[in-house]
Design a protein around this ligand. Structure first.
Ligand code: ADP
Ligand code: 5GP
Length: 202
């Protein structure tokens, strides 16, 4: 049996806050072997139920800015008054081990990843409607009304960037969205350019 020897793939997920990115990613991590979620750094406060080092690494402005100065981020951005960033070191380690790495990042960060890592796969998650997005943000019960308003406003801007993504997936039912993304990831892993080593064994 010929084993595929390849570097892991970098998979970027973007989409409005509350669309269900974390939920769909959790489902994919559960279903697909050799996958890893890149835990970002942020200066925002933890929400109820969020744990440091699991959902995010929660840090102060000072720490975040020191990390920027030391060049420790693959990308970072400001989103509704807070910094968010992806640490370069850990994701490179995982990719080198052949593990697929999932990033849950907003649109400016995704554009930076596209520039720096042209092979990254960019997936935009859409809500079935704005009414449903608003219902999910309220249903999560983690943000105040003014924060939710800010995020809904931001969602309208973010959706304009969908043309920069390779794939668009509507998260109506979690199971269906995860199945579509799984199909995308399987197809991406079969691209000829990642599998030329198979020829050596034939
Ligand atoms: P994001 O990570 O995009 O901010 P979350 O994964 O936190 O979004 O989901 C926001 C809320 O919507 C959560 O309460 C989650 O349980 C719910 N949710 C996620 N996907 C769906 C879906 N397909 N149908 C209904 N509710 C969903
Ligand atoms: P939230 O506060 O809802 O967890 O996240 C707000 C936004 O920040 C979401 O769109 C999420 O995808 C994005 N985000 C989370 N981590 C990162 C990161 O490391 N970099 C960038 N650019 N955006 C991030």
């Amino acid at each position: 049996m010929i084993q595929k020897k390849r570097r892991g793939q970098l998979i970027v997920f973007s989409g409005p806050s509350g669309v269900g990115k974390s939920t769909v990613i959790a489902e994919l991590l559960h279903e697909r072997p050799n996958t890893y979620f890149s835990v970002s750094y942020t200066t925002r406060q933890p929400r109820v139920g969020e744990a440091d080092g699991v959902n995010y690494n929660f840090v102060t402005n000072e720490t975040f800015e020191a990390m920027i100065a030391r060049g420790e981020f693959l990308e970072y951005a400001q989103y509704v008054d807070h910094y968010y960033g992806t640490s370069l070191r850990l994701i490179n380690e995982k990719l080198d081990q052949g593990v697929d790495v999932f990033l849950d990042i907003e649109v400016q960060g995704a554009a930076k990843v596209r520039e720096k890592c042209p092979d990254a796969v960019l997936i935009f998650i859409m809500p079935p409607s704005f009414e449903e997005l608003s219902r999910r943000l309220h249903g999560r019960q983690t943000d105040s009304e003014s924060v939710i308003e800010g995020r809904l406003q931001k969602a309208r801007e973010e959706i304009q960037e969908v043309g920069n993504y390779d794939y668009l997936v509507v998260n109506d039912k979690v199971f269906d969205a995860a199945a579509q993304i799984s199909a995308i990831l399987t197809a991406e892993s079969c691209r000829t350019k990642y599998n030329l080593d198979i020829m050596e064994g034939v």
